[in-house]
Design a protein around this ligand. Structure first.
Ligand code: AMP
Ligand code: ZN
Length: 465
């Protein structure tokens, strides 16, 4: 596998530190609101990284943290009149629902920042002892000029003047000593800890350094996030972790690009965002968004439009119908040599693309070659059993990497109604048959009639056919 490493600014061969287990840390959501689909683009990328490693045979330990205390969570919980815990638990639940809707496999551990305050305290005290951190009136700060490699990830330059910044988020023009610990102020309300440090709460950056150390160890294989995390978040994580552990922190830094709307980053602050709920209310299957993300290169910006999403919704329906019709084919006839030939070239080409810095777009073209084969067999109205199994295995294998096909349940009674419709059609009772079709449509599904007088039932997609 080859990956683009932000640290070296080059595509490098991936060699795990320990063959037995790849350690993968992904900066997770700040649970202060619903995730928008820009956030989800990033989470889908994490899922692709993890699926590719697993598909290549690696055992993976994936950590996705939950930031449940920071400037934004405190501010929004207070304005919502809820305790920080109640508030963040609500959005954590929505996060888990959302990631399931786009077929993201669960990580091994989802640590919460609030359950790791002790580890952060220990790290901050250690950094003070080693001279990297110092107390100020309003908290404890990291002295960026003390860390000689500051800027190695983002290219940020430490200026000569001494300045401090208390906010969690700021830009490269404002390189400054940043807050590891923030002393309690009125606006923090009930949120504070006393663990050998002044009454207060952690800064955002120390959260990930402490959780990565606790759950994955001093040096890990991969750390990832969207490009906006390169500075200051990841630069600061390196400064904290490498100064504290006196070891290299991360071997490969992977960053995915933003989802845009009209050329601008989708962001809460710009009010130009959609959540998955917004898309569902418009009649879309969240999986069409996953397909859209996967069709793009993760290192390229992706402009989101509803029209483009409609196209993916239709593609998703095509795949769904093709696969269901394929399963329904009579398993007869002789072996077709072209099946083995096609699979022999498409599967390795698919894997090669995935291993070429997660080239999901090219991988998809190989997946669609297999879909073409499936459609050809549907036109022939039969398939040899061995060919069927070989194709099914390859589709499953590819889907293990991409996760674009997600099973859904069809209510049992719809199968009965569809059978009744079939019988009515045999008797040429077209009107009654159409009524049955409508019952199925009202339940959110539709019947697709096949060539061989059989049919399949699929989800009714408003933006499909
Ligand atoms: P947050 O919940 O704000 O901490 O963000 C979660 C993840 O989503 C982080 O890795 C962000 O960098 C990322 N992110 C935020 N906005 C976008 C966007 N428009 N496109 C892609 N990723 C984003
Ligand atoms: Zn982080």
């Amino acid at each position: 596998m080859k990956v683009y490493n932000t640290l070296s600014r080059r595509v490098e061969k991936f060699v795990p530190i320990d063959q037995k287990e790849v350690k993968l840390y992904c900066c997770g959501p700040t649970v202060y609101d619903f995730a928008h689909i820009g956030n989800l683009r990033t989470f889908i990328f994490y899922d692709i990284v993890r699926r590719t490693l697993t598909g290549d045979g690696f055992k993976v330990k994936q950590v996705i943290n939950l930031t449940d205390v920071d400037d934004k969570t405190i501010k929004n919980s207070r304005s919502g009149g809820m305790t920080l815990k109640e508030f963040t638990e609500k959005y954590t639940e929505y996060f888990f629902k959302d990631i399931d809707k786009v077929n993201i496999l669960p990580a091994d551990i989802y640590p919460k920042a609030t359950e790791n305050i002790d580890g952060m305290g220990t790290m901050i005290l250690g950094l003070m002892e080693r001279g990297y951190a110092y107390p100020a009136d309003d908290g404890i700060y990291y002295s960026v000029s003390k860390f000689k490699n500051y800027g190695k990830l983002s290219g940020a330059k430490v200026g000569s003047g001494e300045s401090r910044i208390k906010n969690d988020e700021y830009d490269k023009e404002n390189v400054a000593d940043f807050a590891l610990w923030k002393k309690w102020t009125e606006s923090d309300g009930e949120v504070y800890w006393n663990n050998g440090l002044p009454k207060g709460r952690p800064g955002w950056h120390i959260e990930c350094s402490a959780m990565s150390l606790r759950y994955l160890g001093e040096t890990i294989d991969i750390h990832s996030g969207a490009v906006d995390l390169i500075f200051p978040h990841h630069e600061n994580e390196i400064a904290q972790s490498e100064a504290y552990n006196e070891k290299k922190f991360v071997k490969y830094w992977l960053h995915s690009e933003h989802l845009l709307v009209d050329g601008k980053k989708m962001a809460k602050s710009l009010h130009n965002f959609y959540t998955l709920r917004d898309l569902e209310e418009r009649g879309f299957d969240p999986m069409s968004f996953r397909l859209m993300v996967i069709d793009a290169n993760y290192r390229a910006k992706l402009d989101f439009t509803l029209d483009a999403l409609k196209k993916y919704e239709k593609t998703l329906e095509d795949i769904d119908i093709s696969l269901k019709a394929f399963e329904a084919l009579p398993k007869t006839g002789s072996v077709d040599v072209r099946v083995a030939e096609t699979l022999r070239s498409e599967l390795p080409a698919f894997k090669e693309a995935m291993n070429e810095d997660f080239d999901t777009h090219s991988a998809l073209t190989h997946f669609f070659k297999v879909m073409d084969l499936i459609n050809e067999k549907a036109r022939e109205e039969k398939i040899n059993q061995r060919d069927y199994e070989a194709i099914s295995d390859v589709v499953q294998n590819m889907n293990g990497f991409l996760g674009i096909i997600k099973d859904y349940a069809i209510p049992e009674n719809l199968h009965e109604i569809a059978e009744e419709r079939k019988a009515l059609r045999v008797d040429k009772k077209w009107d009654l048959a159409d009524k049955k079709r409508n019952v199925i449509k009202e339940a959110g599904f539709k019947i697709i009639d096949l060539l061989n007088s059989d049919y399949v039932i699929v989800k009714d997609r408003r933006y499909g056919r």
